[in-house]
Design a protein around this ligand. Structure first.
Ligand SMILES: [Ca+2]
Ligand SMILES: [Ca+2]
Length: 313
């Protein structure tokens, strides 16, 4: 028996399905091409925004360097009324904004001064912890984190055997802090303690003295073996006047420090070598921040970048 041929109605249905299939295919292709074009435009736009934002961040850093280099030539002291301390308030620019703040890192306690428990920095740091209502015993854990040996210092000290029990295990650094961010890894330092201490400390590449013209009140209080009262420290700070203390003798002549000159003199200075510039920039959809540690080189009268951390979003 002959196989019946397909009816015109059946053939019509197949043709309709084919047309629909082609239509769906073409629609998908068009959507894909539009999306691909949109992505390409967005990629170019993001690249442009990133380049602009990056140049703004570099500009912040270079501006801070120029201002500090000029400051070196103009005077031998560093104090809050200088141009570097009011570098760049938030400024609107085309399609974005930028801001830069410079901090004198020697207005803070340098954690890398704690490598030797026997010198004057250790008791000063203990006093700073006491002023901040942090257990002063934690100073031992910092000494162990920095010193090259694996001998545990005091009750709160900690070396590899303690850190290797952590999950995941790690070792003590046994070298200078590269950043104050390392504090959170040290035995006994909770995030609350780190947040409380962080505004008053720095991690600098070499041993430094405290600039009394930019020091915080808690650090000024801790300078004296008998912790100064807050009003006494405020009086010392206001004694800077508009120009800052010209030399350490002028500072030590204050009645609050009578009889303490020999103890405090080795710890202080009126000028700084290390600063941090915190440059922020936003352009289009992108924003970023760069933290750069700058070092003044008195011999060349130049300022160089010795450390840089970046964050983009
Ligand atoms: Ca200066
Ligand atoms: Ca150690």
């Amino acid at each position: 028996m002959a196989i019946p041929s397909k009816t015109p109605l059946h053939q019509c249905g197949v043709a309709l399905l084919t047309v629909l299939f082609i239509l769906v295919l073409m629609t998908t292709l068009v959507v894909y091409l539009v999306e691909d074009n949109h992505m390409a435009v967005r990629r170019v736009s993001n690249h442009r925004d990133f380049e602009q934002m990056y140049q703004m961040l570099v500009g912040n850093e270079q501006w801070a360097i120029k201002v500090l280099e000029r400051d070196m030539k103009e005077n031998k002291t560093d104090h809050p009324n200088e141009v570097w301390n009011n570098l760049l308030p938030e400024t609107q620019v085309s399609e974005g904004k930028m801001k830069a703040v410079v901090l004198d890192l020697q207005g803070r306690f340098n954690l890398n001064n704690l490598a030797n428990k026997d010198d004057l920095w250790y008791p000063l740091f203990q006093r700073l912890l006491r002023v901040l209502e942090i257990d002063e015993g934690l100073a031992d854990a910092i000494v162990d984190w920095i010193d090259a040996d694996l001998d545990v210092s005091g009750h709160y000290g900690a070396e590899d055997p303690e850190y290797l029990l952590a999950n995941p295990p790690y070792r003590s650094a046994n070298r200078n802090f590269a950043s104050t961010g390392e504090l959170i890894w040290i035995a006994g330092f909770t995030s609350d303690i780190v947040n409380k201490l962080a505004p008053y400390v720095a991690a600098l590449p070499s041993s430094t003295k405290i600039n009394i013209n930019t020091s915080s009140i808690p650090l000024l209080r801790a300078l004296s073996p008998q912790i100064l009262t807050e009003p006494a420290a405020e009086s010392l700070q206001s004694g800077q006047g508009d120009e800052g203390y010209e030399d350490i003798e002028a500072f030590l002549a204050a009645s609050e420090l009578a009889g303490l000159g020999d103890v405090i003199a080795p710890l202080i200075t009126v000028s700084s070598r290390y600063f941090e510039v915190r440059g922020q920039a936003q352009f289009g959809r992108l924003s970023g921040i760069v933290y750069s540690v700058l070092e003044k080189d008195a011999s060349t009268q130049q300022v160089k970048i010795v450390q840089r951390r970046r964050g983009f979003s």
